[in-house]
Design a protein around this ligand. Structure first.
Ligand code: G3H
Ligand code: 13P
Ligand code: ZN
Length: 285
């Protein structure tokens, strides 16, 4: 069942749980996500980054995700992750994405508002939901000090103005997570999540969620996070399974044999995340 991002996140927002948004680059990942969602009776968001779309082709990703969504009994949204280009966002909408992220977070507040507002007006005109980012969610490889990091966190007052002026459906906030594998343990600014949720009262999004301890994830959900982005943990499950298979079967050359076990491994990780996010059994008809 293909639905908009807003339908999925509004339900999560009203019922106090989070939905996993899992990144895809190929068919095995799409299938792993949808099989896990069906098994867990969980709503789910299939998302692709601009890099993922460049790798596979927007039509391939869109069609695979649409087939998966239409065959599934659970609600599924198809989402563009970190869209920075107007044409790319339009191309995704034209190809049937039901949700897009406009990431203008590298710009000034004024410019971010201007760009996001324009995308919201355009996407909403055709029933597509919009996520935006305020503050800067970098990568774990970004070498910045704690003070610098603090300066990149989302300001609650700016967030309030941002949402009021743009009409965005959900907001990605910078509260201490980063993309990629963590070296130490990430420390989340829970007070900031709480204040932002109270001011905004809309679904909030946590990026860079791979490797964040379960207790922190659960606490963040309790304070108002409703969409949780996971990429790295799926990549790692894929890599481990393929590496093990090739190590144990060095002469096997059939792609189905090599990639089959990785699909199961990714499905397992995704199902565990759904349990952690409390989205199990939340699918509606
Ligand atoms: O937010 C970033 C996602 O993990 C996607 O990464 O641009 O390498 O596809 P990517
Ligand atoms: P991770 O790769 O750290 O899970 O982050 C994913 C993400 O935020 C995609 O937008
Ligand atoms: Zn992200």
């Amino acid at each position: 069942m293909l639905v908009s991002g807003k339908q999925i996140l509004q339900h999560a927002h009203e019922n106090g749980y989070a939905v996993g948004a899992f990144n895809v680059n190929n068919m095995e990942q799409v299938q792993a996500i949808i099989e896990a969602a069906e098994a867990m009776e969980s709503p789910v968001i299939i998302q692709a980054s601009q890099g993922g779309l460049k790798y596979a082709g927007v039509e391939y990703i869109a069609e695979m995700a649409k087939v998966a969504a239409q065959k599934a009994s659970v609600p599924v949204a198809i989402h563009l992750d970190h869209g920075t280009d107007f044409k790319q966002i339009m191309l995704c909408i034209r190809n049937g994405f039901t949700s897009v992220m406009v990431d203008a977070s590298k710009h000034s507040l004024e410019k971010n508002i201007e760009i996001t507002k324009y995308i919201v007006e355009t996407a909403h005109a055709v029933g597509v939901s919009v996520e935006a980012e305020l503050g800067k969610i970098g990568g774990t490889e970004d070498d910045i000090t704690v003070d610098e990091k603090d300066a990149t966190y989302t300001d609650p007052d700016e967030a309030e103005r941002f949402v009021k002026e743009t009409g965005v459906d959900c907001l990605a906030i910078a509260v201490g997570t980063a993309h990629g594998p963590y070296k130490g343990e990430p420390k989340l600014d829970f007070d900031r999540i709480k204040v932002i949720k109270e001011k905004l009262n809309i679904p909030l999004v946590l990026h860079g969620s791979s490797g964040v301890p379960e207790a922190s994830i659960k606490k963040a959900i309790g304070l108002g996070i409703n969409k949780i982005n996971i990429d790295t943990d799926i990549r790692m499950a894929f890599h481990k399974a393929v590496k093990e298979f090739i190590h144990n079967n060095p002469d096997e050359y059939d792609p189905r044999m090599i990639l089959g076990p990785s699909k199961q491994a990714m499905k397992q990780v995704i199902a565990e995340k759904m349990q952690m996010f409390d989205s199990v059994g939340r699918a509606w008809k």
